[in-house]
Design a protein around this ligand. Structure first.
Ligand SMILES: [Zn+2]
Length: 339
């Protein structure tokens, strides 16, 4: 949790409450300020004008992670031009916005982000943007009783709720409602697009459940690089273990590797999984440590966790990413249990 900043949206209008736990380097603040001044000069206009809904032009939306970009594409359709900040394969827990990102954010009508501390290092810039631009956390309206607060996260909410498809559908509803309110002339379009997308997600949820059924119940253990599958575990009946904590910002020590290796060997877990946005090195060390205990565990494949796949590939969409993950998990666990 060291170095993390607490940000919560006070309400749907994007008013930010910002409580800095560990104030960041003064140079970083100066950098952000210079970038912001640059944007105002560059755009040559009062940013408050950007609050109004677009007329003929498309709505300019900027989102942080790919999963949100995909929601906006599906709900906004041709009315919306959306740009994502965090590229495929990049870890959002650590991501620092570039000057180009700051420029994009400055020219957006609406900014969507996940919230719940996922975009920890973007906190300052999102807070600054929220002064003049509608800045909304898609998790803002999710019933807090449905959110998880794992012990290791110091009482804060786990941000990885896209792994429970039903819960992520609430993020879709949030995007639908914000777009509809901001651009009321196109409410019918946003509602029908959202309806269609939500139907697909309901089918996706059923698909995940049916795939899980194929795995013998004692084999339903998911071991990954960091603890991001808690929502998946709860929704679909998997025991989950991550080498790192909820955030990839926490350090992995030899004791963590030993502890996880012991767990894997004792439970006879056949496959563990690397993540596309986290270095596989630590999990490879776990595999080697398991071997030193006289047991073999295989790397069952790569899962897309905090970032989707490349654009144009099946995993470059939220639906494709979730399908890839469950297919990879089920394939590896079944394959091994059938040997
Ligand atoms: Zn994560």
């Amino acid at each position: 949790m060291k170095g993390y900043i607490n940000h919560e949206l006070a309400d749907a209008t994007g008013v930010y409450l910002c409580r800095v736990r560990n104030p960041r380097n003064i140079m970083w603040r100066i950098y952000i300020s210079v970038c912001l001044i640059g944007i105002l000069v560059w755009s040559g206009c009062d940013p408050k004008e950007q609050q109004g809904a677009a007329t003929d032009d498309k709505l300019r939306v900027v989102s942080t992670i790919g999963m949100i970009t995909d929601v906006v594409k599906n709900v906004g359709g041709a009315r919306v031009e959306v740009a994502g900040i965090v590229e495929p394969g990049v870890d959002p827990h650590f991501y620092n916005p570039t000057p180009k990102d700051v420029q994009r954010l400055g020219s957006a009508h609406i900014i969507f982000y996940n919230g719940l501390h996922l975009e920890a290092k973007m906190g300052d810039i999102l807070a600054k943007m929220s002064e003049n631009t509608l800045t909304v956390a898609v998790t803002d309206s999710v019933d807090r009783s449905l959110l998880l607060t794992p012990q290791e996260y110091d009482g804060l909410y786990d941000p990885h709720l896209w792994f429970d498809v039903k819960l992520w559908m609430q993020a879709v509803e949030k995007v639908r409602d914000v777009l509809s309110e901001f651009d009321a002339d196109n409410t019918v379009l946003y509602r029908s697009n959202a309806e269609r997308y939500l139907t697909k997600l309901a089918k996706l949820d059923e698909y995940v459940k049916s795939q899980v059924e194929r795995v013998p119940s004692e084999q339903r253990v998911l071991v990954t690089a960091h603890d991001c599958f808690n929502y998946f575990g709860k929704a679909y009946g998997f025991e989950v273990r991550g080498l790192q904590g909820i955030s990839t910002a926490t350090e992995v020590g030899i004791a963590d590797i030993q502890e996880l290796a012991t767990f894997i060997a004792e439970r006879g877990i056949s496959a563990i999984f690397v993540e596309s946005s986290v270095s596989p090195r630590s999990l490879e060390a776990v595999k080697a440590t398991v071997k030193s205990k006289g047991f073999d565990v295989e790397i069952g494949g790569e899962l897309f966790t905090d970032a989707m796949g490349n654009e144009g590939t099946p995993e470059g969409t939220y639906i494709g990413m979730i399908r890839h993950n469950i297919d990879t998990i089920v394939h590896a666990l079944i394959r091994k249990s059938e040997l």
